[in-house]
Design a protein around this ligand. Structure first.
Ligand SMILES: Cc1ncc(COP(=O)(O)O)c(C=O)c1O
Length: 580
């Protein structure tokens, strides 16, 4: 039956191993076929070459290996069982069969996607798989560029690297003109000048890239260039800032640190009462950046916040950045859709606000998406994409020992990471070719994870009157605390800690816990108001439940496990009596 005719339950049953290994027999045969291909291929290669004869050691070696392999496999059964829907702790669940088989098939050949020379087929699969993701995300599949990374952290760093490359070009040109032609330097305006003005100035002054390198902080000595920026602008150069919402993943702070921007350069955009990027606060930070002459290296918006699953108003942000662009202020717009990128395929499960926000992803300069989260591929598989080739351009690094004609005359390395496996690309490719990245395939399963989250909340509220969920929840992550009317937040937080510890001790369910702080003040205030409590502390601790597991599509699984979870919560909170 084609995916379009299948229900989410059937898709989950058909495209995943099964929580109890229901597809074991079929997977055995599919994996054997993969191995057969691999061995046939090897046998067919240079069949007349000499091979080592039988050795007496072979049997003994195999015995040792088999014994140790058995020990390894047994020890791995002690791993966290993330395949079961009872695991709702983090953004991880079962891996799909196409992803696993695609990953294994490619992994056996071990291609290194650092160059086409080292990976003839793997690099082609990568191009095709990136085009599949690009189409789903709203980019043009032939104009978008991108590559697979080890994960969302590396993909986010790819974005910082490219945004810095772009701003460095614009500032280098402005410094060059200031020093050689006496043109007035306005660091804020010039750092956002746009490629059109850059090209016009470069052409009219007959400048070239080699010359501009002498004015580049990225290519030359940054301290030297910064001092010259001070002199030319008659002000103190304080470096660029990154604007990211308080929900931004900690990899952004890491990136600010690693790229030498300094962690202080990460300015946190406050959240609105719904836990999403607050557009007014963004406006405030843009004004502040302008006042302090600190160019905005990039804005980051999040589609699927790590802690809460919220989806920022990407459409409003995009519209505002377009207005600024019309005023000559070109600001890089990155969407961290590491978690929520695949929701693009989920169709009508979302309200109009969320649908409009997701629909704006295709206008971003760059995107992060993690197939190893809601794409159900094995680790380590993230992806970084840009809308077009110009945004993909980055600092040039020649690798004299690699033949890479595909990268053009310069043979530049265009990825942060060096050696890169093609296995993730193959996993995505096979998923795209079978389950599909649309509303009839993967999207159907993801829509059910959102519905499962809604049903979970309704069931828990039904059984536990004092359950207070963070609302609205945009996707498939539910966060809650247990609070009696009028209770101070500090008391509620202590109960949440105790409940988390109790669930953690029980073998039945795995949940996680998160803490929202100062930057989420509006969200925290709205949450505390749900039980008319007092916010005697600024931090809110929540139980966090992440519904990524595909088997939540099955109505019987939901009915049975949600009630069981609610009963567990009830039992635990009875032990720590709530005030009447
Ligand atoms: C929104 C977001 N961005 C980036 C990351 C980092 O991804 P990774 O752990 O694959 O590096 C995460 C991880 O949870 C995330 O949720």
């Amino acid at each position: 039956m084609p995916p379009s005719a299948s229900s989410a339950t059937n898709l989950a049953a058909g495209y995943f191993p099964g929580a109890h290994g229901e597809n074991a027999e079929w997977m055995h045969s599919a994996l054997t076929a993969v191995l057969d291909h691999w061995f046939d291929w090897r046998r067919g290669l240079f069949p007349n070459d000499a091979v080592p004869g039988p050795t007496p050691h072979r049997a003994a070696d195999r015995e040792t290996l088999a014994a140790q392999l058995d020990i390894l496999c047994r020890s791995l059964t002690g791993e966290t069982p993330t395949c079961t829907p009872r695991y709702i702790a983090h953004m991880k669940s079962d891996i799909s069969t196409p992803a696993l088989l695609g990953w294994m098939a490619a992994m056996l050949h071990n291609p290194n996607n650092t160059s086409r020379e080292a990976s003839r087929v793997g690099t082609r699969l990568e191009t095709e798989a990136i085009a599949m993701l690009a189409s789903m995300l709203g980019y043009g599949p032939t104009t978008a560029q991108g590559h697979f990374t080890s994960g969302g952290t590396a993909a986010n760093m790819e974005a910082v690297w490219r945004a810095r490359y772009r701003m460095d070009h614009w500032l280098s040109l402005a410094l060059c003109l200031a020093e050689t032609k006496g043109r007035a330097l306005d660091v804020f305006a010039d750092a956002h000048m746009g490629w059109v003005q850059f090209r016009a100035l470069r052409q009219s002054h007959d400048l070239n890239d080699d010359l501009l390198r002498r004015y580049s902080a990225a290519a030359g000595n940054p301290m030297d260039v910064w001092r010259r920026l001070d002199r030319a602008s008659a002000s103190r150069w304080r470096g660029p800032v990154l604007l990211a919402p308080a929900t931004a993943h900690y990899s952004w702070r890491k990136a600010a640190n690693i790229f030498g921007l300094g962690e202080d350069s990460l300015w946190s955009i406050g959240l609105d009462g719904d836990g999403r990027l607050d557009m007014d606060d963004l406006e405030r930070l843009i004004r502040r950046a302008r006042d302090e002459a600190r160019p905005i290296l990039m804005t980051v918006a999040v589609a699927g916040a790590t802690e809460t699953g919220q989806i920022d108003p990407l459409d409003q942000l995009q519209m505002r950045l377009e207005q600024l662009k019309a005023e000559g202020l070109h600001i890089w717009n990155h969407v961290d859709a590491a978690y929520g990128g695949f929701f693009q395929a989920a169709g009508p499960v979302f309200d109009t606000r969320t649908t409009a926000a997701l629909g704006a992803m295709g206008a971003a300069d760059s995107l992060t998406i993690d197939p190893h989260k809601l794409g159900y591929t094995p680790y380590a598989c993230g992806a970084f994409l840009t809308r077009d080739a110009a945004s993909y351009a980055v600092s040039a690094f020649d690798a004299p020992y690699l033949d890479r004609p595909e990268l053009g005359a310069g043979k530049w390395s265009s990825t942060l990471e060096g050696s890169r496996s093609a296995a993730g690309a193959a996993a995505v490719w096979l998923t795209g070719k079978t389950l599909g990245f649309d509303a009839d395939g993967l999207g159907k399963i993801l829509a059910e994870t959102v519905r499962a989250r809604r049903q979970f909340q309704a069931t828990v509220i039904d059984h536990v009157a004092e359950a207070r969920f963070l609302e609205p929840a945009d996707s498939n992550i539910a966060c809650f605390s247990i609070a009696a009317r009028g209770e101070p937040l500090s008391v509620v937080n202590r109960r949440t800690e105790a409940l988390f510890a109790a669930i953690h001790r029980s073998p039945e369910f795995s949940v996680s816990k998160t803490r929202l702080g100062e930057a989420s003040a509006a969200l925290v205030a709205r949450h505390v108001a749900r039980w008319r409590g007092t916010a005697d502390t600024s931090s809110l601790i929540l139980i966090r439940c992440v519904f990524t597991n595909p088997y939540w599509s099955e109505p019987n699984v939901r009915t049975a496990l949600f009630s069981e979870f609610a009963a567990l919560v009830n039992e635990e909170i009875k032990k720590r009596a709530l005030p009447g």
